[in-house]
Design a protein around this ligand. Structure first.
Ligand SMILES: Nc1ncnc2c1ncn2[C@@H]1O[C@H](COP(=O)(O)OP(=O)(O)O)[C@@H](O)[C@H]1O
Ligand SMILES: N[C@@H](CC(=O)OP(=O)(O)O)C(=O)O
Length: 548
């Protein structure tokens, strides 16, 4: 086992600090620790609790029953077998659902963490495998299945079986998850009784996934002798807006999380195992979620809150790739990205990173490393503030499908300023985000952010679109075009002529007509809008031209 993580190696002696050889304002704390050590008889825990104190000038060696045995100076204690445990937490390691999908995967992840002896990580976990999808499906079925059938929803049985099998295979107590599984069943019965699934309930429902995966993993680490402590994000200070299913992290999160995690670590070091994806609404105090894939954002937010050296995001691919491997399996890892490139890539649809996840990393200037938990040897992708762009042309190609495009042509009742202002005020009033925009003096073409629309019910989406068109038709002729895709070319826009020349040559060869193009203010992205049914073929052809 890695020396830096050898938190619970049993010792016969327990060092306790004395500041300045005895007089100290932290006596109450020390006596509390002494009491804890002797009453609980957990030498290891007590040892860990006092490790932080070693940075003070002198250390008392105390036997398990609390007797002082001898006094050491700081230098002497430095190389005890708990190694560098006196240091602070060093990095965040986030493992996605695919990395913790089974007992075997959890074992491998534990080994992986222990293979970094110099790290003292905060671990952020997603729900096991496809648990979140199953929970959402279970909730939808519960709405119409009737209370008596709620217990036999297939997805509930699947989730129970997966989690119970995992605890069994890891050799940990069933009670680690049974209370949650029972409560989950009750919740589904409640949904069945009410015959409705509100966004707030949806968030509470999906939270069971992360709450269980983290409890299992923390219990397993403790079982193998690595001291770990489980935290629910909504208890640890991740404070969000009350936008259920798509909440934003609020500034108050950073000091709150730092206080809690560093405080606990200081008092009693144990690897924090934190639920990704979840937060606590600041008004409602209810459980919120950060949008699908939100554990990446939890990881970067914690990295920023604690000012850590690095944020590692462990996936099932060798880093950020040159395009979605599901579209083109020969996609290659991208070794370096800037925060701006990664943010743009995520925003324009690359599932590999949560769209908002780069924000805290950029604000804290903390490098993000995307790695493969199935292939830890692969170098992965390093994301930093800046990188050498001298040779960079195209970095990655991203596809966002099924978007809606609007062609809006002014009826010239308003001047140009008035026209643009009116159009955008309509979107503002309706709370609809716009993705890509191209304007001329009398017309605007734009695409609507599908993630904002997706978070609403289908019927609501349709009527919202009708309403948008109705409002716009007061000042313009509107053409609503659906089933379009945005292909985003992420790279060095300083070389846009080269990129466009090559891209248009490929598209012309493939007989594809580009319906809109936008380079916009972004220095890293050129967006092209094409028909949905041509999009994948375009991405493959562009990939061949730029990367092979
Ligand atoms: N450009 C891309 N680079 C890497 N992976 C991508 C890209 N676009 C889409 N993906 C998909 O994203 C997946 C990883 O993201 P995600 O499923 O959220 O991982 P995790 O659940 O481990 O956090 C990959 O398995 C891959 O299929
Ligand atoms: N479990 C959540 C949050 C998450 O981040 O998952 P993953 O890391 O597996 O993408 C989801 O499926 O959306």
């Amino acid at each position: 086992m890695a020396a830096g993580l050898q938190f619970s190696g049993v010792k016969t002696l327990c060092p306790v600090s004395l500041r300045g050889g005895g007089s100290s304002c932290c006596l109450p704390v020390r006596s509390q620790r002494l009491h804890f050590a002797s009453s609980v008889a957990s030498v290891a825990e007590f040892t860990n609790a006092s490790v932080r104190s070693c940075c003070r000038s002198r250390v008392l060696r105390v036997s398990c029953d609390g007797r002082v045995v001898d006094v050491l100076d700081k230098k002497e204690t430095k190389n005890q077998s708990f190694g560098e445990a006196e240091s602070q937490l060093t990095c965040v390691m986030k493992f996605g659902g695919s990395s913790v999908a089974s007992a075997e995967r959890m074992r491998e992840v534990a080994e992986l963490i222990l293979s970094f002896p110099n790290e003292r990580p905060v671990i952020v976990l997603s729900a096991m495998g496809k648990t979140t999808n199953k929970l959402l499906l279970a909730g939808e079925k519960a709405v119409s299945c009737g209370v008596t059938n709620a217990s036999s929803i297939d997805e509930l049985s699947f989730i129970k079986e997966l989690h119970l099998r995992t605890v069994k295979e890891l050799g940990i107590d069933k009670s680690t998850v049974t209370p949650h599984l029972e409560e989950l069943e009750q919740l589904l019965k409640g949904i069945a009784m009410m015959k409705e699934l509100t966004l707030r309930t949806k968030d509470y429902l999906v939270s069971f996934g992360e709450c269980m995966s983290t409890r299992i993993f923390a219990a397993y680490l403790n079982k193998i002798g690595v001291k770990a402590r489980q935290y629910d994000a909504f208890e640890v200070g991740i404070i969000t807006t009350d936008d259920f299913t798509n909440a934003d992290i609020l500034e108050a999160t950073y000091p709150a999380v730092a206080k809690r995690l560093l405080g606990d670590w200081d008092f009693d070091p144990a690897i924090p195992i934190v639920t990704g994806f979840l937060g606590k609404g600041w008004r409602s105090c209810a459980v919120t979620t950060l949008g699908r894939g939100g554990s990446d954002l939890t990881a970067t937010a914690i990295g920023k809150a604690l000012g850590l050296r690095e944020i590692q995001v462990w996936k099932d691919v060798d880093g950020v790739l040159t395009c979605d491997p599901n579209i083109y399996p020969r996609a290659e890892p991208v070794p370096y990205l800037t925060f701006d490139e990664a943010a743009e890539l995520a925003y324009f649809g690359a599932q590999v990173l949560h769209p908002q996840s780069m924000r805290p990393a950029r604000e804290g200037d903390i490098p993000v490393r995307v790695k493969n938990s199935y292939n830890p040897e692969a170098p992965g992708t390093l994301i930093t503030r800046a990188r050498d762009m001298s040779k960079a042309v195209l970095t990655s190609i991203v596809l966002k499908r099924n978007i809606t495009m609007l062609d809006i042509v002014s009826t010239r009742m308003l001047g140009q300023y008035g026209f643009l202002a009116k159009v955008f005020s309509i979107f503002e009033d309706l709370g609809i985000s716009v993705d890509v925009v191209a304007t001329s003096e009398v017309s605007i073409s734009l695409t609507l952010d599908p993630s904002k629309l997706w978070s609403r019910e289908l019927i609501q989406q349709a009527s919202e679109l009708d309403h948008v068109v109705e409002e716009l038709e007061k000042v313009a002729v509107v053409n609503l075009l659906q089933h379009r895709s945005i292909i985003s070319l992420i790279g060095n826009v300083q070389r846009s002529s080269l990129i466009l020349e090559k891209a248009f040559s490929v598209l012309r060869t493939n007989g594809v007509n580009v319906q809109m193009i936008s380079q916009g203010a972004s220095k890293v992205n050129i967006s092209l809008v094409v028909n949905d049914n041509e999009a994948e073929q375009c991405v493959r052809a562009l990939h061949s031209a730029f990367f092979e």
